[in-house]
Design a protein around this ligand. Structure first.
Ligand code: ADP
Length: 289
């Protein structure tokens, strides 16, 4: 597996030397491989956003190094713009950044800045819109005429259209209704499967992270408290609770059953998985036909 991102002793301090000095990220070491889908979780204020903003050079680490494709992104500060194309960042509520006359023009903005034009640009825009489930007829509308969920998709499409090697999504489903969340999450999974790009998904919804992530990165008070395969992270319910987090509800129920002596494995993450495990047990007990 090829490593795409590596963080070496990375730290960040806000307002250094002022009375408001605050260490937001402390000595983080990790590597992320090409094509992984990483869930990023942590209590509010644990340093997730600060960490993510260091991945594409929006902020410069106070200590340590961020390596993209084996190269320190700050080795040549003048080239930091290129890093921002290679690591695409979708912030919380990105729809507030839509500003063009049409959705099409809005999605064009990033790839055009990256140097795309003509047919190549058109293809990138349409493919990105398709990845986010945005219907083609919406491309000619004003972004302000779209629904909340459609605006969100348009904003995400604008970043995907730049074809970043790494896509960072900060709470992409926040504020959407359950159906909207579900659809957007499955579009993200499809994008990841088809493009084989690296995706980092910051989320407060443990159910979403459990369903889609290969590995989960847990932040606690600016430190990396766990970084392991998803099943392993969610089998540490006690440790997560110390970080102010919870395991998905279904995982908790299954852990309770296990404690009561039922023969169920650790780390069940989804309702479908739980059904597969429980069906034979219930059948044996004559409770399911
Ligand atoms: P999270 O994304 O996990 O909620 P953040 O990275 O936003 O965490 O914040 C980490 C810590 O840094 C928090 O204590 C927060 O108050 C502080 N912080 C975040 N942004 C700033 C800022 N611009 N100036 C000063 N402190 C900040």
């Amino acid at each position: 597996m090829n490593c795409i991102l590596e963080l070496k002793n990375v730290g960040f301090v806000y307002g250094r030397g002022t009375p408001f000095e605050k260490r937001a990220v402390d000595n983080v070491n990790l590597t992320i491989n090409e094509g992984e889908l990483i869930g990023v979780i942590g209590h509010t204020g644990s340093g997730k956003s600060t960490l993510m903003q260091m991945l594409n050079g929006l902020i410069r680490p106070s200590d340590g190094q961020v390596l993209l494709g084996g190269k320190d992104i700050w080795a040549e500060p003048k080239k930091i713009r290129e890093v921002r194309f290679r690591v695409g960042m979708v912030f919380q509520y990105p729809e507030y950044q839509l500003f063009e006359e049409t959705v099409y023009k809005d999605i064009c903005f990033g790839p055009q800045n990256r140097g795309l034009s003509g047919k190549e640009l058109d293809e990138a825009v349409r493919k990105a819109a398709d990845f986010t489930g945005l219907k083609p007829e919406l491309l000619e509308k004003s972004p302000f005429d779209l629904s909340g969920g459609e605006k969100r998709r348009a904003a995400i499409a604008g970043v995907i259209a730049m074809n970043p090697e790494v896509l960072v999504l900060d709470e992409p489903t926040a504020g959407l209704d359950p159906m909207g969340r579900e659809v957007l999450l499955s579009q993200i999974v499809r994008y990841h499967k088809e493009r084989h790009n690296t995706v980092l998904l910051v989320s407060h919804t443990m159910e979403d992270v459990a369903r889609v992530a290969d590995r989960v990165l847990v932040m606690n008070r600016g430190r990396l408290s766990m970084f392991a395969p998803t099943k392993e992270v969610f089998s540490h319910a006690d440790e997560l609770e110390k970080s102010g987090l919870k395991v998905p509800q279904i995982t908790k129920i299954m852990q309770d059953l296990r404690r009561q002596g039922f023969d169920v494995p650790e780390g069940v993450l989804t309702v479908d998985e739980a059904f597969e495990v429980l069906a034979p047990i219930l059948k044996k007990e004559g409770k399911l036909w």
